[in-house]
Write a protein that binds this ligand. Sequence first.
Ligand code: NAP
Length: 309
Amino acid sequence: MPEAGAAPLGRLAIVGLGLIGSSIARGARRYGLAETIVAIDRDAAVRARVLELGLAEQVTGDAAQGVAGADLVILCVPVGAVGTVAAEIAPHLAAGAILSDVGSVKGSVVAAVAPHLPAGVAFVPGHPVAGTEYSGPDAGFSTLFQNRWCILTPPEGTDEAAVARVRGVWEGLGAIVETMSPEHHDLVLAITSHVPHLIAYNIVGTAADLEEVTQSEVIKFSAGGFRDFTRIAASDPTMWRDVFLTNKDAVLEMLGRFNEDLAALARAIRWGDGEALHALFTRTRAIRRGIVAMGQETAEPDFGRRKEG
Ligand code: NAP
């Protein structure tokens, strides 16, 4: 529910009506966070679908026109496209407007947007740590951000009132907001999100390449751990390509540590060191239980990923 007492925005413009953009539109409508929602998307098929679904009061392919007069503009496009879109819309942003985004990497987004930011416009970068493996306007749902973290990474000196406004919107969508530096965000997310996705892409790719395992066997026996990896490895290819290209240093740093620990595990298996294996698996089980206890995951077999709204 919206923060008590927070006045709704006049005009909220969302650029990119995919999973995240359409979820924000649905949530903003459901929780009364904006008087007018403007949906901006370059794809005519997406615009038609947004109209059909009734996700916004105004729908346009013209970003310049769409952001004019907006109080808050949220860029919901792949990280690699944020700079280009920012350059396109910057001259049309109203004085006093707030620009934000939802990109999964923050350092590169800050660097890409900063040169285009007009005077009188605050940039409050954000990243809702919530998502699914689906894309497009049909994939979104209004409760996607409920009880999920949203990390804001405002550059030093950002107008505090603008940060508070963006915080209020995310709290209105049900998220729990935390602020940190873009660099810290990228390091933390490298290990909690980016490297796990890389591992999933890799393991599913390896299984698909195994010559002695036919594809049907991969599918037939996928009831084990493999199936969970296939869900992650079904995530949007464009989005994830951009994540790895733009968070290169942090991902490589975490991957280095991962490789060392994997080598230690291989060694434990080779030398029959059951104690080391058991100790690690006990530690990791406790981490899983901690995540469930914090309400960030459910113990249900379907991970509670039913859609609603
Ligand atoms: P999505 O469902 O694929 O939607 C992306 C939208 O951006 C589409 O409308 C797409 O239009 C548009 N777009 C793509 N390239 C563009 C370009 N060069 N210029 C203008 N528009 C462009 O993706 P998403 O999952 O919502 O992700 C959007 C952002 O949210 C990304 O930055 C991602 O890092 C971040 N994020 C994603 C998740 C997740 O789990 N999915 C979670 C948190 C944050 P077209 O149809 O024309 O390509």
